[in-house]
Ligand binder design. Structure first.
Ligand code: ADP
Ligand code: MG
Length: 410
């Protein structure tokens, strides 16, 4: 799923730690076979000997106490033994500014603070294992779509956005995943004609069991290259899911995919706000009716109340009719009603969308130059500068998991 999968020679990382939680997380995230392998040395830094040199590891991950002078001395010894070609990542419970300075002087490649999100761990290792010729790994982009009212085409637009990003990303080696968070009544799988494989029952009470292997099993893959996480529909089963499950899922997904498109349910769950906060871009889908536009405005107000300025949702008006004298709203009314909050409009194309949905194919498969995809592409690319500015500000601090962990601690 990541570009490291394409490399032929396996990359070996040694983790030195006595922390059972960390070891479990690392095993789940990387595994001991395949293109990238993790080897565990269940010992403290003081017990590490020549094996760090003899094992010819590409990277060492050292779990140490960054408040202990003795640990720094051992770290220095390890650095001397392995030389500059082995990347060293340090993990510690806490870092003082003084400790950070020493680590920089020792030319440690990266340092991470516990508790650690899987995504941070995986990305840190992927970054240090990159050949210098490779482009730096990008932070994942999260795009969330939420319907202002029912049946406005939220799922159609989320899937089409994912198809656009997937085509674009394919050319530059980036991967795309759709996550259908309508756990009970999702339609993403149906629209893509895929079997939903995300089995919530299996992990509901133990979200930490969800690791890369399990995620692989629970992903559905579309022939276009798009991956999908969607649960089988259980219309009579109105349970609610713990935020920890959703957070764990998105953290994992963010470790392995570059673009993540989320189809959000319309009703507000305890995790909705967190998902919105973790998203680089939030779109509210409305259609060209007075109630739907009003709903969209209410959703935006609700989001502002909960998330303040951190989340800046934009409205997409779907099934737009640009004819003059249409009964009800016209284009001017829509623009006026959503002043400053309109991302753009999508034309009404009943034949095209209906055929795509019925046949379980993407819009581009029916007509590569269709007007729905064109309008949506323009929206996704038009405020891309703004989005880039926003996500720059975010990405310096946070991947999805980092942000969530930070919030939990706060
Ligand atoms: N741009 C469009 N033009 C015409 N019909 C559309 C368009 N977008 C969506 N639809 C239709 O609207 C219906 C609802 O779409 P869906 O994405 O399932 O809505 P939601 O997820 O908001 O409930 C679908 O039958 C779809 O064919
Ligand atoms: Mg839907």
């Amino acid at each position: 799923m990541t570009s490291s999968d394409n490399q032929t020679k396996p990359r070996k990382t040694l983790l030195v730690s006595r922390d059972g939680e960390l070891i479990k997380m690392a095993r789940g995230a990387i595994g001991s076979s395949g293109a990238h392998q993790i080897i565990i040395a269940e010992k403290s830094i003081s017990e590490v000997g020549a094996e760090v040199r003899d094992g010819q590891f590409d990277a060492l991950v050292i779990d140490m106490d960054a408040t202990a002078v003795g640990d720094f001395e051992h770290l220095q010894k390890i650095k001397r033994m392995t030389g500059p070609s082995t990347a060293v990542i340090v993990i510690s419970q806490n870092f003082s500014p003084a400790a950070a300075r020493i680590l920089i002087q020792l030319k440690v490649t990266d340092f991470l603070i516990k508790p650690l999100a899987t995504s941070d761990f995986v990305r840190s290792i992927n970054n240090v294992l990159k050949n210098s010729s490779d482009e730096a790994q990008v932070e994942p982009q999260f795009l969330s779509f939420m319907g202002a009212s029912g049946g406005v085409g939220n799922t159609v637009l989320a899937l089409e956005a994912a198809a656009i990003l997937n085509r674009f990303g394919h050319r530059i080696g980036r991967s795309t995943c759709v996550v259908d968070l309508n756990f009970q009544l999702g339609s993403c799988a149906e629209y893509l004609d895929l079997e939903p494989r995300f089995d919530i029952n299996e992990i509901e009470n133990a979200p930490e069991r969800l690791d890369r292997q399990l995620l692989d099993v629970m992903l559905a893959r579309h022939k276009s290259g798009l991956s999908l996480i969607a649960a089988p529909n259980k219309p009579s089963d109105m349970r609610s899911f713990k935020p920890a499950l959703v957070i764990r899922l998105l953290d994992l997904v963010s470790a392995y995919f570059d673009y993540v498109v989320i189809d959000l349910p319309r009703s507000w769950f305890p995790w909705t706000e967190t998902v919105l906060m973790g998203s680089n871009r939030v779109f509210i889908t409305a259609d060209m009716t007075v109630p739907s536009i009003r709903h969209a405005r209410r959703v935006i107000e609700a989001i502002a109340e909960k998330g303040g300025k951190q989340i800046q949702p934009k409205v997409i008006v779907n099934r737009m009719d640009n004819r003059k004298n249409v009964a009800g709203l016209n284009a001017g009314d829509v623009t006026a009603a959503l002043e400053g909050q309109l991302a753009g409009t999508i034309p009404n194309n009943y034949m095209l969308v209906r055929e795509a949905v019925d046949r379980g194919v993407q819009l581009g498969d029916i007509d590569p130059s269709n007007n729905v995809s064109a309008a949506l592409s323009a929206i996704l690319l038009s405020d891309s500068e703004e989005a880039a500015a926003q996500s720059d500000a975010k990405s310096s601090l946070l991947s999805f998991g980092r942000k969530l962990l930070g919030r939990k601690a706060a």
